[in-house]
Design a protein around this ligand. Structure first.
Ligand SMILES: C[S@@+](CC[C@H](N)C(=O)[O-])C[C@H]1O[C@@H](n2cnc3c(N)ncnc32)[C@H](O)[C@@H]1O
Length: 280
């Protein structure tokens, strides 16, 4: 069991496959990179329609409504405040349908979205953003050189193991790089097995369960400090809460140091903003 706070999830933590950094020598087969949980029909269908209902459902029946309509709309005022804080090249982890990537790209900022859902990546690209169909735990372009990483809209839950996710983010960011993470606006630190479901009705069991996490600001700060992150700021806006963290140092990177983050492709490397992203 994991968790404390008013609203803890009670199911056991299962070792999270996506949280294990994969072998970087492995061929980059997008099918193998896709997390079947989020590549599922209910999520793809919701993104294509631009609306829910869509929920994360725990084994005990508790349902977390997902804000598909907001994710599929343009960046709102609260989002824009977050984007104002971004520095340099930005990696949007779990970019979903891409409103933040599109907004940053429209402002001329180098930005790449990463998401395991093909429907999310397709929609991000349609909005004019660059995105890769890939797990954050798979090898990514510009490792160790991203200036800012975003983990918004509940994405601290990715992989169901916040410490593993924070360690991975530290690998991706440059030394002193900025992580902006959205937290649950209550004191909660929980992990659970969940399913993506499109209705509140009986569980037909069609979708696989996967590990997910929810963290309030105190819990995120606890995890982050233990891992060497420095708390830079925290704020709330429009009923949402955020934390800005600074990475302590850059971990190993196969790519040369002292150059800005770029998106790799089959072509020779160019500045990020000029390079189309190649994947499936
Ligand atoms: C709670 S939703 C947030 C959506 C989003 N931030 C937006 O703006 O629409 C979580 C997102 O993370 C993606 N995701 C889940 N696991 C992932 C992983 N291991 N790597 C990258 N993205 C992942 C999902 O496909 C989904 O789009």
């Amino acid at each position: 069991m994991s968790g404390h706070g008013q609203d803890t999830m009670r199911r056991p933590i299962r070792p999270s496959d996506p949280a294990r950094p994969s072998d970087p020598t492995r061929p980059t087969d997008p099918a193998r990179h896709s997390d079947p949980a989020w590549a599922c029909d209910p999520y793809s269908d919701a993104l294509r329609a631009g609306r829910g209902p869509l929920f994360l459902r725990r084994g005990d029946g508790w349902m977390l409504p997902l804000e598909v309509e907001r994710w599929c709309a343009r960046a709102d005022e609260v989002d824009l405040q977050v984007l104002e804080r971004c520095e340099g090249a930005v990696l949007d982890v779990g970019c979903g349908p891409g409103r933040l990537v599109a907004e940053l790209a429209a402002r001329g900022r180098p930005v790449l979205g990463v998401d395991v859902s093909r429907a999310a990546v397709a929609r991000t690209r349609r909005l004019g953003g660059q995105a890769l169909t890939r797990s954050v735990f798979e090898p990514l372009p510009g490792e160790g050189r991203w200036d800012t990483a975003l983990l918004l809209d509940g994405n601290l839950g990715i992989g169901g193991d916040p410490a593993a996710l924070l360690r991975r983010l530290a690998q991706l960011l440059c030394s002193g790089g900025l992580l902006i993470a959205e937290t649950v606006p209550m004191d909660v630190d929980e992990r659970a097995e969940v399913r993506l479901v499109s209705s509140a009705g009986p569980d037909v069991g069609a979708e696989a369960a996967f590990p997910w996490a929810r963290l309030g600001t105190p819990a995120l700060l606890r995890h982050a400090r233990r891992l060497g992150w420095r708390a830079a700021d925290q704020w709330t806006a429009g009923g949402r809460s955020f934390v800005a963290l600074r990475a302590r140092s850059t971990s190993s990177s196969a790519e040369p140091p002292n150059s800005r983050a770029v998106i790799s492709s089959q072509r020779p490397r160019k500045p990020l903003a000029d390079i189309p992203v190649a994947d499936a």
